[in-house]
Structures are given as C-alpha cells and as structure tokens.
Design a protein around this ligand. Sequence first.
Ligand code: NAD
Length: 334
Amino acid sequence: MQVAVFSAKSYDREFLGAAAKAARHDLTFFEPRLAIETVRLAEGFAAVCAFVNDYLNAEVLERFAEGGTKLLAMRCAGFNNLDLEAAARLGLKVTRVPAYSPHAVAEHAVGLILALNRKIHKAYNRVREGNFALEALLGFDLNGRTVGVVGTGKIGQVVARILQGFGCRVLLYDVYENPACRSLGEYRSLEALLTEADIISLHVPLTPQTHHLINAAAIARMKSGVMLINTSRGALIDTRAVIHALKEQKIGYLGLDVYEEEADLFFEDLSGKVIRDDVFSRLLTFPNVIITGHQAFFTRDALSQIAHVTMESVTAFEQGQPLTYEVTVERVRK
Ligand code: NAD
C-alpha cells in the first residue's frame, strides 16, 4: 500500500523503512510536519502515517478525504493532536501504537529523577573542565523517599515498579485502579498524593480532564522542594504556574521531556536560531530544571516495535481485516 510518512527523520526511514519492506508497503517520506500548509503532499496516498506534533485538525482531515486518504496510522500512543470526531464523520480510519515500550518512557522518567537529584549533567561538565569540586552537587537518597505516580497505566506501572526497587514508598493515583499496581504502592486521592510526595511523576494522557492538572492550586498542595517529572504531554502542566513555583523555590526540581508549545521547537536542530518562546527560554535559565526534547520513547526497541505495529495496521487495513489498534470515539469514551 502507498503510505505518505510525515515528520520523517532519519530514524523513521531506518525503522519504518525496514518494517515496510518486510510487509511490502511502499513508503514516501516527507520531512515537513503535517499541517494545513503541507497536507497537499498527502494527495493520492491511501494511507498517511503521522506523529505526535503533526497537526490533525478537521480542516486537514477534510483535505485527506478529498485527496483519497482512507487510513491515518499514528506512529505514537497519544492522539491529543487529532480531531477524532472529524475523522469519524469523514469515515477516516485511525490507528495508533498504544503500547510499544513502556520501559523506554519509564526508564527515561527515572533517568530524569536521577540526573536532577545527583546533578549528573553538571558533574559531567565540571569533570571535563578539570573541576572536581563537589559543592552544589549534593543529592539525597531515593531509598525511603515518597514518590507519587499519577496515572498507573502501562508506563506508570513500570515507573512504580522501578522506584519500588529503589526502596521508595510509592503512592499511586488513577481514575481506575490497576490491579497489577496494588503490590507496587498505595492508591491515594490526587490531593493526598500531591501533599505527601517528595517526587511526582506524570503518566496520564492529555485530555480535557487532565489539561493543566498541575496548576497553581495543585502546586500549592505540594511539599516545598518537591521534584516534578513530566514525560507525558506538555499541557498536563500549567508552565507559567510552574515557573512561578520554581522562582518561589516551592518546586525544587523539574524534569521535562514534553512542553506545552513543543510543536514549534522539538525534533528540529534550532541551535543556530533564536528561540522566540520566552516561557521556554525562562525554563532553561533555572539550574534545577532539565529538559529533554520528547526523547523518552527513543530507544531501538521502541522504534522497531512502533514501526512493526504501524505496518501491521496498514496491512490489516489493506486486507479489510479488523483493526486491532483502531482509535474510535467509542473506545476513547470507554
Ligand atoms: P495508558 O493508557 O496505559 O495509561 C494512562 C493511564 O492514565 C490509565 O491508567 C488511565 O486510567 C489514566 N487516566 C486517564 N485519564 C485520567 C484522569 N483524568 N485522571 C487520572 N488518571 C487518568 O498510557 P501509557 O502507555 O502509560 O502512556 C501515558 C502517556 O504517556 C500517553 O498518553 C502519552 O501522552 C505519554 N507518552 C509519552 C512518550 C514520550 O516519548 N515522552 C511516549 C509514549 C507515551
């Protein structure tokens, strides 16, 4: 099947290319992000493969329908960037990769915790400059600390298990209790978790209910000096409220892999450009903030799984078989 792949990077060509070859699909890679300005490139392709920061509003989806596109295969888990109601109205099938490697994201979240705590990023630079002083590198033992895991689905569960292994006391919050998590920690209300945790890690999807879940009121409940980790979606956090709390030293550490306005920044080399986003630039000035550019998923294992599952969905669609990983309005509401 002919598939147009948007936001294509070298690693997409490598991993999707290999999976497509095995599944006998014909991929055309487009570097631009999918948006109304670029949607014309999809014309005539029966399937389109998109990623987290492609912009899939009703207007873009209507242009798909006009151009003959019948399948939108998202090569990611989240689909908050997609107008699902419009896709349903237009008869456009949508698939995603609900689970690739929860370990990739969970391990990155724990990596941010360790780096922030033990200041590994600073130590790396110091030692390279012949500075072996330890001042300002002081950390704390994770063992015995209370960690709050917000969202105990596939990724949150792995985070809870890893941190239990570190000897942390794990508090859990979710709208649904995950039976597999009960031995890993204690379920609490969100309010109680925010109040008791030394470290809070977010693993819920971005929905209208979770938008700005961490706002000024939530921060006010937290312990002074709390560590906040977000590897889920940027808009779970009200970034301006978090900046205020960093200035007040209420938040002691912040680790982000995602950012509310990341679509204009992440996945591109902007090292020679001026960053015009003042909120993001302010975040970069804090010594106790580490930001990575949406790389938590970025392991070989995850990429090959993503490519494999995406091509599996294309094959199932081509053969008129049921789409195991279809995203529908009904499934989301369940
Ligand atoms: P999942 O669906 O397995 O788990 C999400 C959990 O959140 C579920 O248990 C669900 O019940 C819970 N939840 C949903 N709405 C809630 C609410 N309003 N309040 C409390 N809990 C709620 O998803 P997952 O695979 O663990 O992924 C979690 C998120 O991680 C994804 O939605 C995605 O945004 C993000 N993610 C980021 C990367 C990255 O590279 N940074 C990669 C993959 C996924």
